[in-house]
Design a binder for this molecule. Structure first.
Ligand code: 5GP
Ligand code: MG
Length: 179
């Protein structure tokens, strides 16, 4: 087991790159089948999904498009709480089959809010493809048909995911070591 230190925390390998790629390929095969003839638009959510999106796309064999968006969350000045906004959505998604490509779904609140915003643009369907899913943390009702890997509730980094903006470059996925 390989250990890495990022800032004040220690992590150890939990999912090696070879296993990740096998799972990503499996999801791509499902998408190739389900989206055949539909020319889906993949919307990859930066920053975390960049590695997953790149590897997923290499296994997609049907006509498709990809674009990158960001989700910005900020707390407003009023008591209504958090606002979420999608930045960089330049495509007209009306009538399209949209596949949201995310790094991780934890409580699911970010994804839920994102779906609400995307639905206002009248896509034909929105599908969720996430590299990682923590079923034990999910708090909202989401229909996630394309989850590559289910993991326990621990905090992870690597393969695009960060700890305080570092660790995204790691090829494998690492779990926080509880000390
Ligand atoms: P949500 O709780 O809304 O589903 O997830 C919010 C965000 O928290 C995710 O998009 C991701 O950026 C971050 N997140 C949740 N769990 C983890 C984790 O284990 N590791 C990392 N690096 N980020 C996480
Ligand atoms: Mg994310």
């Amino acid at each position: 087991m390989r250990r890495v230190t990022i800032k004040d925390k220690t992590f150890e390998t939990s999912i090696p790159e070879a296993v990740i790629l096998e799972k990503v390929k499996h999801v791509a095969e499902k998408l190739n089948k389900d989206m055949a003839g539909k020319t889906p638009l993949f919307l990859a959510v930066l920053n975390g999904s960049f590695m997953y999106a790149a590897d997923l796309m290499k296994f997609i064999e049907i006509p498709c498009e990809i674009s990158f968006v960001r989700v910005a969350s900020y707390t407003g000045t009023e008591s209504s709480g958090k606002f979420t906004e999608i930045i960089g959505l330049n495509e007209d998604i009306a009538g399209r089959e949209v596949v949201v490509v995310e790094d991780i779904v934890d409580t699911g609140k970010t994804m839920e809010r994102m779906l609400e915003i995307l639905r206002k643009h009248n896509p034909a369907n929105i599908h969720i493809s996430t590299l990682l899913l923590k079923p034990g943390k999910l708090e909202v009702n989401l229909d996630i048909k394309y989850a590559a890997i289910e993991i326990p509730n621990d905090f992870i980094v690597g393969y695009g995911l960060d700890y305080d903006q570092q660790g995204r470059n790691l090829r494998d996925i690492y779990t926080l070591v509880q000390e």
